[in-house]
Design a protein around this ligand. Structure first.
Ligand SMILES: [Zn+2]
Length: 136
C-alpha cells in the first residue's frame, strides 16, 4: 500500500456525497508543521559561520609568517634599489648601517624599514651591493 489514506478517503467521499454522517466522515489529514531547519539551511548557516570565523580569527592573529617573510624580501629589494640610486647620485655606496640613506627622506620617506620577521635593522654590504642576511 503506497498511500492508504487517500484512496480510501476518496471512495468514502464519493459514497457519502450528499450526506455526511459520523461513520462516513473522514478526518482531514493534518498539515505537518515544520520544526527545525532543512539540510540546505543548515549548510548555509554553517558556511556563514565558517566565513565569519575565518575573517575574525585572521584579524586577531595578524599577518602570517609567510607574509612577514615576503615583506622582508620586498624590503631587501627596496633597500638595494635605493642604494643603487644613492650610488648613482652620490658616486659612493651607502655605509653598512644605512644610516645616511635611511635618514634621507628622498630615498626612504617613511624611514628605513626594519625586518618584520626578526625586528632587526638591515645592514648593507657595499662590496656585493646587497643587504646582508635575512634569509628566512
Ligand atoms: Zn628579515
Amino acid at each position: 500500500m503506497n498511500d492508504p489514506g487517500r484512496p480510501e478517503r476518496a471512495i468514502v467521499q464519493r459514497r457519502a456525497r450528499g450526506r455526511c454522517t459520523a461513520a462516513t466522515r473522514v478526518a482531514k489529514p493534518q498539515r505537518r508543521t515544520r520544526h527545525g531547519l532543512t539540510l540546505l539551511e543548515l549548510l548555509a548557516v554553517v558556511l556563514l559561520l565558517g566565513i565569519l570565523s575565518a575573517v575574525v580569527i585572521s584579524r586577531f592573529l595578524g599577518p602570517s609568517d609567510v607574509a612577514k617573510r615576503n615583506a622582508c624580501y620586498a624590503y631587501k629589494g627596496e633597500i638595494e634599489l635605493q642604494a643603487q640610486l644613492w650610488f648613482r647620485n652620490t658616486g659612493t655606496w651607502p655605509g653598512a648601517n644605512l644610516a645616511a640613506i635611511g635618514s634621507d627622506p628622498t630615498y626612504f620617506p617613511s624611514g628605513l624599514p626594519v625586518c618584520p620577521v626578526t625586528g632587526s635593522a638591515y645592514t648593507f654590504d657595499p662590496a656585493t651591493q646587497r643587504v646582508v642576511g635575512h634569509v628566512h
